[in-house]
Design a protein around this ligand. Structure first.
Ligand SMILES: [Fe+2]
Ligand SMILES: [Fe+2]
Length: 258
């Protein structure tokens, strides 16, 4: 159960000049709303928002992020992929921050369908290379996550915090009233995430590849856009389960059986 005191957010990492923050949850999340998680990285007084979400979340996420940093200090917004629960608030975010948006080049020409978007403020992740440095010397690296589930997707690894923001990978949907901020026991959480990963990830080929790349990073936490944050052994257990998962087109016979 998430502490009511944490609904406004929780700092997951802080070394004095660099913070990785979970931005809280809706106070009504127990009433049947699928939990969506937003995160903020603050580095030497500059901010990065990770999958800040759609229009209906906008006012809550602005209020939550503003507790940690003024909106005019947000310099980057990372979209893991193109889905509306990730990016449909783009026009609002461009209005209240000076941020640049970072997303896979596959989706650049689709974003204007979410509102009037100044293309000069949207950058393709592929064009940036493997990552970028922040003011403190900390580094954010982009982890290819294509076909996990979107054909153009990235995760974001904060090397200083040792936290991987994984987008929809690792997403869980807990029953009402059983939401947890942290997943410490992977086997206990498995029933709440297995179905999603089997259906939404294209095949074991990508699941295995992604798990190997992420395993080499040795993240202390894996923070997805839905569900809970895997930490410690649960993060390792999740990766080893995912690397062996048959999913997507591996299950085509089951999907198409008549
Ligand atoms: Fe998605
Ligand atoms: Fe999502």
């Amino acid at each position: 159960m998430i502490d009511r005191g944490d609904l406004n957010g929780k700092i997951l990492f802080d070394d004095g000049e660099h913070q990785f923050i979970w931005l809280g949850a809706d106070s009504d999340f127990r009433r049947g709303v699928v939990q969506t998680m937003q995160y903020l990285i603050v580095d030497k007084g500059r901010g990065w928002l990770l999958d800040p979400g759609g229009v209906h979340l906008f006012s809550r996420v602005v209020a939550s992020a503003s507790r940690y940093i003024p909106m005019d200090r947000i310099e980057g917004i990372f979209f893991s992929h193109q889905d509306p629960d990730v990016s449909s608030g783009i026009a609002l975010w461009l209005g209240v921050t000076p941020a640049k948006i970072y997303i896979s080049e596959l989706w650049l020409r689709f974003l204007p369908h979410f509102g009037i978007v100044d293309g000069s403020r949207v950058t393709s992740i592929e064009g940036l290379g493997k990552g970028l440095g922040l003011g403190s010397g900390a580094r954010l690296s982009f982890v290819p996550s294509h076909f996990m589930h979107s054909p153009g997707a990235f995760s974001l690894y904060d090397e200083r915090a040792k936290i991987l923001f994984s987008g929809d990978i690792g997403a869980a949907v807990f029953p009402d009233g059983q939401e947890e901020l942290f997943i410490d026991d992977f086997r206990a959480a498995l029933p709440h995430l297995e179905g999603f990963h089997k259906r939404f990830i294209a095949s074991n080929v990508v699941a295995k590849r992604w798990s190997e790349i992420v395993g080499r990073l040795e993240p202390a936490m894996i923070a997805p856009q839905h569900g809970g944050v895997y930490r410690g052994q649960a993060a390792k257990d999740f990766l080893s389960w995912l690397s062996g998962l048959r999913c997507g087109v591996d299950l085509v016979d089951e999907l198409y059986k008549s």
